[in-house]
Design a protein around this ligand. Sequence first.
Ligand code: ATP
Length: 259
Amino acid sequence: MNAILHAQQLTKHYPGSIALDNVDFTASAGQSIAIIGPSGSGKTTLLHCLAGILRPDAGAITLNTPSSPLRLDTLGDAALSRLRREEFGFVFQQGMLLPELTALENVALALMLNGTDRATSEARAAEWLAALGLAGMEQRRLGELSGGQVQRVAIARAQVTGARVVFADEPTGALDSATSKEVLDVLLHSVAANGRTLLVVTHDPNVAARCERVVELRDGRIVADSGTVPAPGPAAPAAQAVPNPPAAPSANFKGAFNV
Ligand SMILES: Nc1ncnc2c1ncn2[C@@H]1O[C@H](COP(=O)(O)OP(=O)(O)OP(=O)(O)O)[C@@H](O)[C@H]1O
């Protein structure tokens, strides 16, 4: 499998603690990877560094794009935020969606921020919501949806842009166990059907068990990895181009969820 995201010797300190201590990590394209470990072991810090949300103190992070490898740790703030919008999707427990917008507007906004016109953005957003079982709920605000439905909106928003890597932090953390299973099914199926890579931070053993690979952190270091991927070689030089990937859900995936 091809490496899509590669981190070398990542280190991140906070006053009084080392959140990441020389972490090497490579994700293969299309893999679903759970990041587990005790509270404070560095899971969220690793996810945020890989996603370009946090800057590591040291180390290299390379995203392999179809045009050229991109070194996240060398990009400026504007290039990094563009890369996050175009290449990455996020499913967090809270914070990525705007309560004052409807489900449709929340999903369409991700495309509009990338320059897609409103009509096209809303049409694609509607396709994604329907594919995730939310047809008929497009005009509801988040407060008019259940917790599981809100997470489906987040899953649609994370993927509508054609993001190649989806980052999830405790995506089912606030849900009961039956709803968690449903949301996890939707997340894993939609990501797999569209060939995306999924990195999910979780405390839930059921979530970890459903992922192809489990990486365990302790005290800022990887102490276990069920599927180490060979490193792709030295870190790539910095580059600027960010491609514009396709955006609609795959036909396969629509079929699987349009029931
Ligand atoms: N903004 C911050 N300021 C100071 N210390 C921080 C900050 N963020 C994280 N840390 C510290 O870094 C270490 C790793 O934190 P991180 O949130 O990555 O762990 P985690 O494994 O995700 O924890 P949890 O499972 O509780 O969410 C912890 O010791 C934490 O206290």
